[in-house]
Design a protein around this ligand. Structure first.
Ligand SMILES: Cc1cc2nc3c(=O)[nH]c(=O)nc-3n(C[C@H](O)[C@H](O)[C@H](O)COP(=O)(O)O)c2cc1C
Length: 174
């Protein structure tokens, strides 16, 4: 464990948890820029960088999106005041992998800035639903992109427990 404690990157990776309760404090413009830059630093197949992000800070819009397909009446975005939706270029080699790697970078960058995140799959169902085809265009997403996933981001108001890990996940050969 000491290797983790002495290494800020490893510490960040291990400390990250999915956060679903946030303080009222907003994410600053500077912090948002850091997250986007972290996403841009990710690797991508053939270096295509086939990603596009929409950062939504307007609470009413997040609420509206949350009501489009939610049938349980529960808010899929947990009242967060920043939602970052990730899109991938349909014609790229590996858009899902590329966008996911970029968003994983964002999650770790957020952790390092004292912010919490949680991947919310719900957005994928909304933005890729034929009924809401015009939605991503209205948010400035270029043609030819589809939604890969989304992150809620904010100042944590909870400290979730680490998930239990399965140990039999590797065969070391050689
Ligand atoms: C692809 C993916 C989809 C997820 N979708 C949701 C979601 O829709 N809502 C939610 O509350 N958490 C969602 N999560 C968060 C997981 O529940 C969480 O990562 C898992 O329980 C492990 O906890 P940890 O992130 O704190 O380690 C998702 C995570 C991933 C990777």
């Amino acid at each position: 464990m000491s290797q983790i404690e002495n290494n800020e990157v490893l510490q960040c990776i291990h400390d990250r948890r999915s956060v679903r309760r946030f303080q009222k404090k907003p994410v600053s413009a500077e912090q948002l820029t850091c997250l986007i830059q972290a996403a841009q630093a990710a690797p991508s197949a053939m270096n295509e960088q086939p990603w596009y992000f929409v950062a939504i800070q307007k609470r009413e819009l997040i609420e509206q999106l949350g009501q489009l397909l939610a049938d349980s009446g529960e808010d899929p975005y947990y009242g967060a005041s920043l939602l970052i939706v990730g899109f991938g270029r349909r014609e790229a080699h590996s858009p899902i992998t590329d966008v996911t790697l970029a968003m994983a970078n964002m999650m770790l960058a957020a952790q390092s800035l004292g912010l919490g995140t949680c991947w919310i799959d719900y957005s994928r169902h909304v933005f890729n639903h034929p009924q809401f085809a015009g939605l991503q265009r209205s948010l400035g997403v270029p043609e030819g992109y589809f939604c890969v996933g989304s992150l809620i981001v904010g100042v944590p108001d909870e400290q979730p427990q680490a998930h239990t890990v399965q140990h039999q996940i590797v065969s070391v050969v050689g």
